[in-house]
Design a binder for this molecule. Sequence first.
Ligand code: HPA
Ligand code: ZN
Length: 340
Amino acid sequence: MQDRAGFEEFVRQLPKAELHVHLEGTLEPELMLALAERNGIAAPFPDVDTARAAYDFADLQSFLDLYYAGADVLRTEQDFYDLTRAYLTRAAQEGIRHVEPFFDPQTHVVRGVPFGVALAGILLALEDAEEDFGITYRLIMCFLRDMPADDATHTLHTARLYPHRIAGVGLDSAELGNPPEKFAGVFAEAAELGYRRVAHAGEEGPASFITDALDMLGVERIDHGVRCLDDPAVVARLVAERVPLTVCPLSNVKLRVFDEMAAHPLKRMMDAGLLVTVNSDDPAYFGGYLTENFMAVADALDLTLADMTALAKNSFAASFIDDALKATYIAEVDAYSAGA
Ligand code: HPA
Ligand code: ZN
């Protein structure tokens, strides 16, 4: 058995996919301050230490308030490029081979930053990282569930100006009070237009939101979904239908979904036969990127190298790439772990 440093190095270089990361949530305080200065606007925080000290959250909403305040420094195509490039550069250094990142177009459009400006910067950075680092991608745009459904529909229609650039639609922001059914119409239209579909469900909201996201939105993957354990029938269905769950351990503890990592249900979810993946959600705000998320659960829940390998394989299995590419990546995981 390796020591902890060896274990961590194994995890860092393990080929992985990241399926639940909000690009706006990768905005490190250093870049936030630099972009505020470049754009001649006030930053939400006077310095990096003040920003990091403020990242102490009581719940999802208290995080969202700072996350949207931080995103206000993103104004130009170059800003979105720099944000995305910084994340992908780190991703390449920690074994990430494939990403399905989220962005929140409405957050930018309501501030007067056009959809196409945000999208162009993000896509250029994704294309460059595919060329420079070999990281493949499928971009997902999330609708903000605390905005009216009509606004989500308007966003979907705007996206039609950029055919084949956005692979899927998702649903994020404040879950409580904004159930899946509110977005049934826009998800039905997205399905007709050929978009893949995911939704945050069962993070702060009840297990029934997971079922409703499957039945009313037709989603193919659930983001978070940790509250499924409140209802054995929901777990049984997720197992039977092999619905992937993108779990974010550091996020869950930072947002007080669970009091401490030792109470995190990831291991129980794996043991129940759920197709779980580990992800970073908003790493600049939650204290770690993908490797730190793997290590946090490994340390707290006594996970093994075999568990790490299984989670890495799950990340590719749960992705939206075609079966041939999935097989290629999973063979890479096997070759890597055989050589470790
Ligand atoms: N949950 C809901 N909305 C979000 C999150 C999250 O974890 N991160 C960014 N927007
Ligand atoms: Zn999220």
